[in-house]
Design a protein around this ligand. Structure first.
Ligand code: ZN
Length: 238
């Protein structure tokens, strides 16, 4: 790459950051360097990875085993702890309109997962759907943004016509596990698509709390297409 244009590009980027200061979405420190985007290098180094993706059995796969819902593989990537800087990342995605951060973390997760051969034979990525009324308010579905980053890194297409959210539901935050499963059962549906009937699907969500959403989505996929295989991934463990 020619030296001059590259220097000019970096200088322009640094000048831009002085005019429109951007801060790290983890720790809030100012990002000055040209090679830092959304997250500073020290936060990137200290991302709270859960390491589940290194184990064949982990807390996510256990939940599916417990409910006798077959999955090929399941895992999370990060653990955000309440009150710690890492929780800012998820809050920034969900409540402060930072969809690019979701794409970036999805891409990073996929690159790490690939090192361990996870989800290598997945045919389609299915983001957990968000009701269109909620998308209108938030502007994006964070699960779809995470899935987009993964799709780019893994070269696996996304499909949003198979898993459907039929009802614009209230938050599940304050519900017990059994309530969450019963609630999710009423609001998610899966459509049979003939050409995908034998596919391996990867359901992607932002946060794995009790797993109720992904358990129900996986079950609905198996009911709609009994020959399919299902894997699950959440960016973070709550
Ligand atoms: Zn930082």
């Amino acid at each position: 790459m020619p030296i001059v244009p590259s220097i000019l590009r970096y200088a322009a980027s640094d000048i831009a950051s002085l005019v429109w200061p951007s801060t790290c979405l983890g720790c809030g420190q100012r990002l000055l360097s040209h090679n830092q985007h959304l997250i500073c290098n020290s936060c990137l180094m200290e991302l709270p990875k859960v390491n589940y993706y290194k184990d064949d059995d982990n807390l996510v796969t256990d939940e599916f085993f417990r409910e006798s819902i077959p999955i090929v593989y399941g895992c999370c990537f990060l653990q955000f702890k309440k009150g710690e800087w890492s929780q800012n990342l998820m809050h920034n995605i969900k409540y402060y309109n930072q969809p690019d951060l979701a794409v970036k973390l999805g891409r990073m997760a996929a690159m790490e997962l690939q090192k361990y051969g996870r989800f290598a034979d997945v045919d389609y990525i299915l983001p957990v759907p968000m009701h269109r009324d909620k998308i209108k308010i938030r502007g994006f579905n964070q699960a779809e943004r995470i899935a987009t980053g993964m799709s780019e890194a893994m070269q696996i297409p996304i499909r949003e016509d198979i898993l459907i959210k039929t009802v614009n539901s209230k938050t599940q935050t304050y519900m017990e596990r059994s309530e969450r499963i019963a609630n999710a059962d009423k609001i998610f549906a899966a459509k049979r698509v003939g050409e995908c009937a034998h596919s391996h699907f990867l359901i992607v969500d932002d946060v794995f709390t009790t797993g109720s959403t992904m358990l129900v989505c996986a079950q609905k996929l198996h009911e709609a297409m009994p020959e399919c295989r299902v894997s699950v991934f959440a960016l973070a463990k709550a």
